[in-house]
Structures are given as C-alpha cells and as structure tokens.
Design a protein around this ligand. Sequence first.
Ligand code: PLP
Length: 406
Amino acid sequence: MARINDNFQKLPGSYLFSKIAHRVADYKQLNPQSKIIRMGIGDVTLPLCDAVVKAMEHATEEMAHRETFRGYGPEQGYAFLAQTILDNEYATRGVSLETDEIFISDGAKSDTGNIGDILGLDNIVAVTDPVYPVYVDTNVMAGRAGNLLENGHWSNIVYMPVTKDNGFVPELPQKRVDVIYLCFPNNPTGTTLTKAQLKKFVDYARENEALILFDAAYEAFIREKDVPHSIYEIEGAKEVAIEFRSFSKTAGFTGTRCGYTIIPKTVIAYNEKGEKVALNRLWNRRQCTKFNGTPYIVQRAAEAVYSQAGKEQVRAQVDYYMGNAKIICESLQAAGYEVFGGVNGPYVWTKTPENMNSWEFFDYLLKEKNIVATPGVGFGPSGEGYIRFSALGDRDNTIEAMKRLD
Ligand code: PLP
C-alpha cells in the first residue's frame, strides 16, 4: 500500500494568495466594470532590463551552435557567475568567500524550502511572526512543526513576534532553539534590522550551537546606512549562518528564475554523535542528487546584472519601486493610516483602521476602493490588524490606487 507523507495533510487547505485570488475573482464576476489595482502579491512589473535581455539573446545564440552549445552544467552553477557574484556582492562589503561556498539555483523559494533536507527532524525551529510562509510550511511537510494550534501557531515552532510594540525587531527566542529563520529586509513588514540588532542573533547562534537561515532576497532595496546587506558583515556569522539571495526582485527575474545560497565551509551543525559536520558538503551532496543546475542562458543573464550597463539599469528599476514605496507611504500617512516599512524594502505594512481585522480591511479595500492588498494575518497571527501593500507595481497604478484612498 502506497502511503502519503501525512504531514502534508496537516497543512491548512488554502494558500494565502489563492484565497485572495478567489475573493478577487468572485468580486470581479459580480462587478465586471471595476478597475481593480493589484498591490497584493509581491511580483515585479518592469520588464527585464536591456543588458540582461542582450546577454540572454547572446547565450541563446550560443546554444544554437554545435561549438558553443552547452548541455548539463555544474549543479552548483557556472564559475563565471559564482565569481561575479562574489566580487560584486561580497568582496565589495569586505566579505571574502570562495566559489565553492556559493550555490547558484533557480531561486530563493526552492533553496529556503529545500534547506531542511540537510537538517535533522528533531531541530527546534524559530521563525518571526508574521513570516514568509515557505519557512513554516516546509517544516510542516518535513514533520518538524508539530500540530496546528487554535491560535494559528504550530506546537513545535518557536515564534518571535514582530509588531509595532517591539518596533518590528524580534527578541531572541525565549526557549532554546536550534534553527532560526530570519528575513531582512523583511517580507511582509518591509522593515529591517541594524547591524547591532542582527549581531545579537549571531551571538545567540554561536553561544547555543544554533544555525541561522538568513533570507536576504530584498537586500537590493536597502537605502539606509547601518543596515546589513549580508549577514556575513556581522562578525562570527560565517560559522553559524547560511544566506539566501535572489535575482527575482533585484533584477526582475521572478519569471526567469535565478538565485543563490551561500554556505561558507566553516558553517557547521552536529551529527548524532555530537560531532561537527560542514553543511557546505551536505548541501553540495543534496544539490548534486536533486538539482541539475540553473539554465546556462539564465546564468549568463544574471551575470549581465553586474555589467556596467546592467548595474545602472537594475539600480534604476529598484529606484522605481522604491519611488512607489515612498508614494504609498506618504499617501497612506496623509490619509491617516499608520505605516511601517517601505524605506529599505518594497513592502508597506499598514495598520488597519478602526480596529478592523486584516480580512475586513481587505474586503473594504477590494469593494470600496477596488484595490487588492495582502491581509497581514495571512503571514501569521501577529500580522492580524495589518495589511501589506506591495511597491513592486506599475507607477501609474500605484498613484491611482493611492488617490482612491484620499
Ligand atoms: N524569500 C522571500 C522572503 C520572498 O518574499 C520571496 C518571494 O516573494 C522569495 C524568497 C522567493 O524568491 P524567488 O523568486 O527567488 O524564489
């Protein structure tokens, strides 16, 4: 008898964004004339920049000729891209890494979701609340999360609330934990940690033999000085942290798919005998078995992000989105809303008015203003009473949506 992984059945039925899509579709069916502006899902809207497109075209041409055609590439990614990333993203910030400490992938969702493959099932996992749902759901699938409680938390997961009350800075876990997921700049709140705030987590991990899984998918949106772009800017992090990055939001690769994971060879965890094991080796083994590499064309496209033209063009795109974020923040504030984030990240986390809950405010925005935003509670119980606006949309639509809130 073929048996399923019963953990999958513990997952609540509907994924947040499909629930939103259904509500919007139902409304649209009843109100076909309505011009709905979508500020919900965090997808980019600008096309790939010229430098990237040219590199893709060139790589496609290479694939069309016997002499330059490429078949399977290295599972870890091509050295040309690995070295370019290390030179541009890390060496420039004083972080020295070798090319066998970076693993190119098809994006940060896969990597943050799959990293649990190399970690024991008895680890106690900590996440922020609210949180990017992938960290929690993949731990549910693996069997690390326990059972879903009435308050929306999982019995074996340790939650670190990030709310207005603590300035969106998580406190260290109350109970000893083994694995800590951190995402800064944060999705969904758009807020960040300073170096000093992040250092507390690195110190905690070092003192407690814990591992930090640091998701830096939004680092390109950082504007303020004291905000770390990489966790390796923090002393001691190279022994306790894995970092995930993505070209999705940075360079408009949500549909093109490329990201990478950094696992310094010094990052260790423990086997059943309590001996140290390098996680780099385990992840390499995992990738070689389960992943056959990011397409050559896509890796050449990602490389072009770091050409002189690419850097300028990608920077202009990020500036455009952060221009949207500014418009959203200022308009919401002018309309009397309390807003957070939007300064170092492309999300604006807004307090719902008049004690409405997240879904009530979602319905109000949809029905009265024809705007779609994402209910904060969908990211965890501490997101109740908030809604997330994405700044990754089109400028004219962003302006139009904000006018409707006057
Ligand atoms: N990590 C965070 C925090 C995200 O918000 C997202 C996408 O929304 C991802 C990772 C996924 O990125 P990718 O497109 O590289 O899979």
